[in-house]
Write a protein that binds this ligand. Structure first.
Ligand code: NCD
Ligand code: ZN
Length: 429
């Protein structure tokens, strides 16, 4: 029997306070109001419907050698179970995505395995084939390692000066990892933070910005302190992102996990800085996770041997939505930072929850938080630094109108790749 809608989500609360039926067909929202006749209707009474989040900074691992940490199946399922419907994968894979062969292989791997939408960025170095990567479908360039981090060697100012004009000419976005790394023994969270100081982030940002040609669209990754956020907002013509681990963890308060678990670049800071970063909430353009999974064994090594990086794609929205339910931040401000601004910066379609928009959305229990524990989560990392904290997790996540996550089960649909604007399909007709 033919019908107007394929799916109706009935009686959901919308971000603007209305309770409505959301009718979906052909991957899009076709009506918000009274339900259309439908093949399938799901009662969403008591559920808050939010647009799917865009996490613009994840490391999905996988490839030939890193699947034991995470792969596209586990990483994208983890995203969906946290209300994230699109992720942007960073190119510090093994091998890094400097050329079109490695890039094409990465797209093929994600196309085969991913359950959520994905964009893939091109790697920035003196050897990178920037134009080739852009035409192969890179969504953006970076994160660019202006300082060394896990699986990323530092790119010199000379190389940046070579590469930035090419990126500017293409009209592409470049994202930047800025730090100044001092020599010394990396034995604790406090020592790690001292060797990668807040001031060094700002100095490096200024050094990198000095190489910007006119018209370059630039975005600073994972700023850890109000000092660097203020620098991005005032002196430098760029957007920036802040991560949940810099808002929820600190050198003094890093939960029940070993210290090495909270080792990340840039480092978690002292309580004073963490609280001051919250004071800047309204001025932060983007929140992303820097989902960087490593196993519990790797992270339990002596601090200096533990790799840097924290898994976080699944807890990004839940942690922050719990803060909305507590009355600490406005829901509209959260949506700006995890949906609208990242989609706008990347130039990808945005799920506004209006008719015509892609039906990428998630349904969350109203006013009910849950205690976060690793057993709840889907990342292969198998641990979380947010153990014991409160989160609000979705029960249903739809991607293009498909029930991709429901009752803790996942279902895959095709056509999830988000190529960049430079994509030239080279396949034979
Ligand atoms: C990231 C990783 O492990 O890939 N680690 C991290 O500490 N943030 C790399 C990075 O984003 O710097
Ligand atoms: Zn980084």
């Amino acid at each position: 029997m033919s019908s107007d809608a394929e799916l109706v989500l009935k009686g959901a609360l919308l971000p603007d306070g209305r309770v409505a039926d959301i009718s979906i067909a052909g991957g899009k929202i076709i009506h918000v109001g009274a339900a259309r006749r439908a093949d399938q209707t799901i009662d969403c009474t008591g559920q808050l419907c939010l647009p799917g989040a865009v996490d613009m900074h994840v490391h999905m691992r996988g490839g030939a050698t890193q699947g034991y940490k995470e792969d596209w199946v586990s990483g994208s399922q983890s995203a969906l179970a946290g209300g994230v419907t699109a992720v942007v994968d960073q190119p510090n894979t093994i091998p890094p995505l400097t050329g079109t062969d490695a890039f094409g292989a990465r797209v093929a791997e994600a196309t085969r395995d991913a359950y959520c939408r994905f964009g893939i960025n091109g790697y920035v170095s003196g050897e990178s084939d920037i134009t080739g990567l852009w035409e192969a479908g890179a969504l953006a360039f970076g994160e660019t390692f202006a300082a060394a981090s896990s699986y990323g060697g530092a790119v010199s100012p000379k190389e940046l000066a070579q590469v930035f004009p090419v990126i500017a000419d293409l009209g592409a976005l470049v994202t930047l990892h800025c730090e100044d790394v001092l020599p010394g023994d990396d034995t604790s969270l406090a020592a790690h933070a001292a060797l990668r100081p807040e001031e060094g982030e700002t100095t490096c940002m200024e050094m990198v910005a000095a190489q910007f040609p006119p018209g370059l669209s630039a975005h600073f990754c994972h700023l850890s302190s109000p000092l660097s956020a203020a620098a991005a907002m005032t002196a430098l013509p760029a957007s920036f992102e802040v991560m949940p681990h810099h808002l929820f963890l600190s050198i003094e308060e890093h939960g029940t996990v070993p210290e090495g678990c909270c080792k990340v670049n840039p480092p978690v800071r002292y309580e004073k800085t963490r609280k001051a970063l919250w004071e800047m909430w309204d001025a932060i353009p983007v929140i992303a996770s820097d989902h960087a999974p490593h196993t519990a064994e790797e992270k339990s090594q002596p601090f200096s041997a533990a790799p840097s990086g924290i898994p976080g794609v699944e807890t990004l929205v839940p942690l922050l939505l719990a803060q909305v339910y507590r009355g600490r931040i406005a829901l509209s401000s959260l949506l700006e930072k995890v949906v609208y601004t990242p989609a706008h910066l990347l130039g990808i379609p945005v799920s506004t929850l209006l008719p015509g928009a892609p039906a990428d959305l998630a349904l969350y229990p109203r006013q009910k938080t849950e205690t976060i524990t690793a057993d709840l989560l889907h990342s292969r990392a198998g641990w979380t630094p947010y153990e014991g904290m409160q989160g609000v997790f979705p029960g249903i996540t739809c991607v293009g109108g498909h029930l991709s996550y429901r009752r803790n089960e996942f279902s895959r649909r095709d056509d999830l790749w988000l190529p960049g604007r430079g994509y030239k399909c080279t396949q034979a007709e």
